[in-house]
Design a protein. Structure first.
Length: 116
């Protein structure tokens, strides 16, 4: 994993998990890798992975099962999709519109360019 400096590592791990969930690599109700397995695979501290999993748990995307580890919630893909969409509208789109305004690019310009 190639970590970026502009975003906390635990949040990048959350994004990594989101990608696995949306791709179907981690199916609903399925067990996800353990804290140690993720830490080793991503070359990060277990505390950082734990913080990421706590974030997923508080969003009800993963569910702990005592003695067994963490499992995806049955509706995890829908929750992840909703979270990703919200982040897109709150962050990505807002940044894009600021940049478009600075450069004098209109929505019509974007649509025309997209159609090419």
């Amino acid at each position: 994993m190639d970590f970026k400096t502009d975003r906390p590592i635990y949040q990048q791990i959350v994004d990594y998990c989101y990608t696995r969930i949306l791709s179907g690599e981690w199916p609903p109700d399925g067990k996800i890798p353990s804290v140690r397995e993720l830490a080793m695979a991503l070359s990060v501290n277990t505390h950082t992975v734990l913080k990421a999993l706590e974030t997923l748990q508080s969003a009800e995307i993963i569910i702990p099962r005592r003695g067994l580890g963490f499992f995806l919630a049955p509706d995890a893909p829908g929750r992840v999709m909703q979270a990703r969409r919200q982040e897109f509208f709150d962050t990505t789109l807002a940044e894009l519109f600021r940049e478009m305004e600075m450069l004098g690019i209109s929505i019509d310009d974007v649509v025309d360019h997209y159609k090419q």
